[in-house]
Design a protein around this ligand. Structure first.
Ligand code: PLP
Length: 416
């Protein structure tokens, strides 16, 4: 079989592919001892019943059912839901937006693929890249460039905190020399570290983006206003120079593939234009299902009162088990401020993190090797890149605890 350059590029092994294949194999076959790998959300009590009731309401309504499955939507997404999301953002945060500021995509991952390729890559006067002001950053950005590498990244400052905790901070001095930018992008909370950039860091990044005349892209897949998996104050920010990406996935609906892009109308129209060519329209299942909860405020109430508190409780438990299992070892954990991962740093690891990943997989414990999460850093020989693991605590507590105990055994063996 001969593949084009595009074919070669998009069929090669990538971090996202390894992660999704592990997840697919785990769900399809013999279950692993502990699934601490992919980004699958948890079965949060009450949420499945809520979604089931919503589906029943749509099925019972001829017009709604037709909108959900019987009509193509507008290329920029189902208009009723776009209006409802804009209304929610106006009402709850005072954003000056309407439906023309909202585009829908087949999951926010697809939104990033479109947006990054619309902005970064080859220009008549040379190449422009997206600045990741701090890595580790989301593995899913790494391989989406049609034209090749789309990112340039900087190491963070590491702040050590009591009790074997640490926190990444944006190193603003290191951003000064960045040139020929297409955009600046951060996930907030950050996948994999659970870091939440402070309001001050976001304000300074907005100012930097403005100086370069490029948008600041904020990935809110776990953040505010929904699904609200955050445990520290984080004010949502938006203006015409900001692009905010949201998703229904981490609320518990990854299967409906609904991503939401809040941006200036020019960007919304561009996303709609590419969607029309590549897939005619984004799906309407998620939008029709969640339009009414977005209109009534039920969507953000569930995020605040159900989803957020549930994950916060799980984070505390998982961190307690990890600390107990690793007692006596040399390790640090990033303060879990949001999302549903523990980011473990093992500065005395004698093997690369990808080898530790393989040893754990052989014992039925799936995690993610940290080396995937440094897109845009090129061949920077920073040892930290091979000393970290991402551990999801979204699966059932007993298997998280079991998996952490096995992980600690392998860490001790790798330290010996
Ligand atoms: C930080 C981050 N952004 C975006 C996505 C994409 O999610 P989806 O395409 O399901 O909206 C994920 C998924 O895990 C993520 O972790």
């Amino acid at each position: 079989m001969h593949w084009s350059r595009f074919g070669e590029r998009f069929t090669r092994p990538t971090g996202a592919r390894e992660l999704m294949e592990d997840l697919g194999a785990a769900l399809a076959g013999e279950p692993p001892v502990a699934m601490l790998g992919g980004g699958n959300p948890a079965q949060v009590p009450g949420m499945a019943d809520f979604f089931r009731a919503r589906f029943a309401a749509v099925l019972a309504d001829d017009r709604e059912f037709r909108r959900m499955v019987g009509d193509y939507a507008d290329p920029a997404g189902e208009v009723g839901f776009r209006r409802a999301i804009a209304g929610l953002l106006r009402r709850e945060y005072g954003f000056a937006v309407d439906a023309g500021n909202v585009a829908l995509t087949a999951g926010s991952q697809h939104g990033f693929f479109l947006l990054f390729n619309l902005l970064a890559g080859q220009y008549p006067d040379g190449e422009r890249r997206i600045l990741l002001p701090l890595v580790p950053e989301y593995v899913g950005y790494a391989d989406v460039g049609i034209d090749g590498e789309l990112f340039v990244a900087r190491r963070p400052r590491i702040e050590h905190l009591p009790g074997r905790r640490f926190k990444y901070r944006v190193d603003f001095a290191a951003l000064e020399d960045a040139t020929r930018l297409a955009a600046i992008c951060v996930s907030r909370p950050t996948n994999p570290s659970g870091n939440v950039l402070t309001d001050d860091e976001i304000d300074r990044l907005r100012a930097l983006a403005r100086r370069h005349g490029v948008p600041l892209i904020i990935d809110g897949a776990y953040g505010v206003p929904f699904p609200g998996i955050v445990s520290v104050p984080a004010t949502p920010a938006w203006d015409e120079d900001t692009v905010l990406l949201l998703s229904l996935s981490k609320l518990g609906l990854p299967g409906v593939r609904t991503g939401i892009v809040v941006a200036r109308p020019e960007i919304v129209r561009a996303l709609g234009a590419v969607t029309a060519v590549t897939s005619l329209a984004a799906g309407s299942v998620g939008p029709v299902l969640m339009r009414e909860p977005a209109e009534t405020g039920e969507l953000t109430r569930l995020a605040r009162e159900v989803v957020g508190p549930w994950y916060r409780e799980r984070a505390v438990a998982a961190l307690g088990w990890l600390d107990a299992a690793l007692a006596g070892c040399e390790y640090h954990v990033h303060v879990p401020e949001g999302a549903f991962f523990l980011w473990l740093w093992l500065p005395q690891l004698t093997i690369p993190s990808r080898e530790l990943y393989r040893r754990l997989k052989a014992r039925g414990v799936l995690v993610l090797s940290g080396h995937h999460f440094f897109p845009g850093l090129g061949d920077d020989p920073w040892p930290h890149r091979e000393q970290c693991l991402r551990i999801s605590y979204a699966s059932d507590p007993a298997s998280v605890q079991r998996g952490l105990a096995i992980l600690a055994e392998e860490v001790r063996a790798a330290h010996a």
